[in-house]
Design a protein around this ligand. Structure first.
Ligand code: IVH
Length: 680
């Protein structure tokens, strides 16, 4: 694409002006996108402006300013953090546990103020991240620090610049002008999806996992190399300033509006409350919705709204009298590690699972928690009989954080990975470069059962009525030993099983028959080839078209497929050269399984490699027409949101997918942009 403007060398003035324009436009569009959640231009357009800025800045490095969006990518690594001392310390808060503590808080306020007049409050979600301070001089972000001990923090300006919701230059608020100096305080945090993805990636790389999003955010910000920080999906909510006196604001709620007008994200679940009852109601509201939020909150901060009243109340040594943190019941608890079970997955992966004395955590009983893998277990130095700290975070599965060493009696015993498979007795293997221990026996009953369950599941052939319980029964009764057996089932045999009748047997038979005609992609995803999920299966279908072609492919052929790397190619080559796998595929075809035609090679089609998802109503097509158009151009259509989706097409009244897509950084298209893409 051609740049919008091209300057001959030496045309300094126009270049400088154009750069100022680009900075202005880019920062406005980033603000619309990240802070307001309401973008005005398509991502391609943004990228084009950004590329133009980078090119011009390369040509004229003397015009690079500290507020240029190019400064977000993270510069050179530091040797150490500098410490910075602030004049007005960042305070901490006293805690309130439950409604009564909140009522006591108000009573203290009344006593201190010698008045029982109603007090207005602002109640804000308490994000569990890292408190930071951002200093703006003449509107430009110049200094970012961690809270540290409140007075002295660490300088992390370059790292904070990588956060998209940290403005590099303040927007002009409607009320008043930008002050010469503004020190904004708030919470830098990592979303739950960001946290989960980061940990999944670390598990794959065999790196220690972060215990919770808070630690992950802190670890990401206290990185000497800002390029690493730039890759972490951090965000920032502003909740205060060091000193509101010079600002045109009389209260906390006015201050939040002012900060929003300056370009900061402020938390949308904040409420102005005219009474303590309203505060308590909001606390219960937040407790009810906390697990639906895309980030973790551990309570609510209650602040006296009126700055004049705040001033009268003043501060104690470490915390203000005018605010308190109302904490939710803990999402951590201690209990005893009674046993460790070793589960065998579909691909033979052995996962240690902690068996705990059941304990209530945040309203849910927890009796099992994942221990991930052998290295994680050793890193935490867990022993049988240990008292352990267990936590639940959002909808993340419960996990064991650490042993409570102080409670050790000496009778605890070391946990070892078994040498042989707990299900089939085969000697386990652990390839040197992997974190996962596996049972290499393809005939292992546990693996077989899991593979059969997977085959019939939604991610596989999607055979209705053949869920986990039913499959367990069929295997138990000896009716199903392998995948082809599913297609050998007879209605009479099923009808005789405990809990079955003629009707349920007939239904199951019909469901199985309905899946006999299938697509290559569905079959490939269902038969459980290691590293091959729905997406890879699609890629294979598009590239090879027929099962025949796959049976003749070599490892090098698999490597040719866009989106398939060496690990997957090796796994595919292994699978398709295995006699029993080839035999199974032949048997399936003999039993009447047919692969629907229409799977044609799609390499080179314009949308190859894309995965589309739709939300909201379209005007120019029906949903199914739109999907057909995408498929016709080589794209795929997803049925739900995931990190694999590449494009979200957003019609009228979009649903929650839109917010998820923004969070995941997925490209969002309006209907017009979608049409342009199709026609282009
Ligand atoms: S106000 C004087 N507001 O909670 C006011 N703090 O102990 C002090 N926090 O680590 C802070 N969300 O980072 C305030 N909406 C919010 C907050 C909040 C989270 C954290 C803060 C600090 C701790 C206070």
């Amino acid at each position: 694409m051609l740049p919008l403007f091209e300057f001959a060398a030496g045309q300094h003035e126009p270049a400088r002006k154009r750069l100022a324009e680009l900075r202005e436009q880019l920062s406005y569009h980033a603000y619309r996108y990240y802070v307001l959640d309401d973008p005005l231009i398509a991502d391609v357009e943004y990228d084009r402006l950004f590329q133009e800025l980078l090119r011009l800045e390369e040509q004229y490095p003397e015009f690079v300013t500290p507020d240029s969006p190019s400064q977000r990518v993270g510069g050179a690594p530091l040797a150490a953090f500098a410490s910075v001392t602030r004049k007005i310390p960042m305070l901490s808060l006293e805690n309130a546990f439950g409604d009564q503590d909140l009522r006591d808080f108000e009573e203290r306020l009344h006593r201190f103020l010698h008045s029982n007049e109603p007090i207005a409050y602002v109640a804000e979600p308490k994000l569990d991240g890292l408190a930071v301070e951002l200093v703006y001089e003449e509107g430009i972000f110049t200094l970012g620090t961690t809270r540290g001990d409140g007075v002295t923090g660490e300088e992390i300006t370059a790292n904070l610049k990588t956060i998209a919701t940290v403005p590099l230059r303040l927007r002009a608020p409607k009320k008043g002008k930008i002050p010469a100096r503004l020190a904004v305080r708030g919470e830098a945090y990592l979303s739950l999806t960001g946290f989960k993805e980061l940990n999944a990636q670390r598990a794959r790389n065999n790196e220690p996992l972060f215990a919770n999003p808070r630690n992950a955010a802190a670890g990401s910000l206290r990185q000497l190399d800002p390029k690493i920080t730039a890759r972490r999906p951090l965000a920032f909510f502003a909740y205060g300033v060091d000193d509101p006196a010079p600002l045109p604001c009389q209260s906390q709620h006015e201050l939040l509006h002012y900060l929003a007008a300056c370009g900061f994200a402020t938390n949308p679940h904040t409420a102005r409350c005219r009474s303590l009852d309203a505060v308590i109601a909001h606390f219960h509201h937040l407790a009810a919705i906390r697990h639906d939020l895309p980030y973790e909150i551990d309570g609510m901060v209650v602040k006296v709204d009126d700055f004049a009243v705040q001033k009268r109340l003043g501060t104690k040594a470490r915390s203000p009298r005018w605010a308190i943190a109302a904490k939710f019941p803990a999402s951590q608890a201690t209990t005893r590690l009674v046993d460790v079970e070793f589960g065998v997955g579909r691909t033979g992966a052995i996962t240690p699972v902690a068996i705990l004395d059941p304990v209530e955590i945040g309203g849910v009983m927890v009796g099992r928690a994942t221990l991930h893998n052998e290295d994680e277990m050793q890193r935490k130095d867990l022993r049988l009989g240990d008292t352990v700290l267990v936590q639940r975070a959002g909808d993340v599965i419960p996990e064991v954080v650490k042993p409570v060493i102080e409670h050790r009696t000496g009778s605890e015993t070391v946990i070892r990975m078994p040498a042989t498979c707990p299900e089939c007795g085969e000697r386990l293997v652990r390839p040197a470069e992997e974190a996962v221990t596996r049972c290499p026996n393809p005939a292992c009953p546990a693996q077989r059962l899991r593979s059969l369950i997977h085959f019939a599941s939604k991610a596989g052939m999607d055979i209705e009525g053949l869920g986990k319980k039913v499959m367990e029964q069929l295997v138990q009764e000896g009716l199903v030993r392998d995948i082809p057996d599913i297609f050998r089932l007879k209605a009479d045999d099923l009808a005789k099983l405990a809990g079955w009748g003629e009707k349920s047997a007939a239904n199951a038979m019909a469901a199985i028959a309905s899946r006999k005609e299938t697509s290559l992609a569905k079959l490939l995803a269902a038969i459980g080839i290691r590293h091959v999920g729905e997406i890879t299966a699609q890629l294979l279908e598009e590239h090879f078209g027929t099962l025949e072609a796959l049976l003749h492919a070599t490892e090098a052929d698999f490597l040719e497929v866009t989106g398939i790397g060496p690990q997957v190619a090796a796994s595919l080559a292994d699978f398709f050269s295995d006699d029993s796998a080839r035999q199974m595929l032949a048997t399936l075809q003999e039993l009447g399984l047919t692969i629907a035609a229409g799977a044609r090679p799609r390499e080179g089609l314009p949308l190859a490699g894309t995965l589309f998802l739709f939300t909201g109503a379209l005007h120019r097509f029906s949903r199914s027409e739109a999907k057909e158009r995408v498929k016709g151009l080589g794209g795929q259509v997803a049925s739900g949101m995931s990190g694999k989706v590449t494009h979200l097409v957003c019609g009228d009244k979009p649903g929650s997918k839109l917010a998820r897509a923004r969070e995941l950084g997925i490209r969002i298209l309006s209907e017009e942009e979608f049409v342009e893409l199709l026609d282009g």
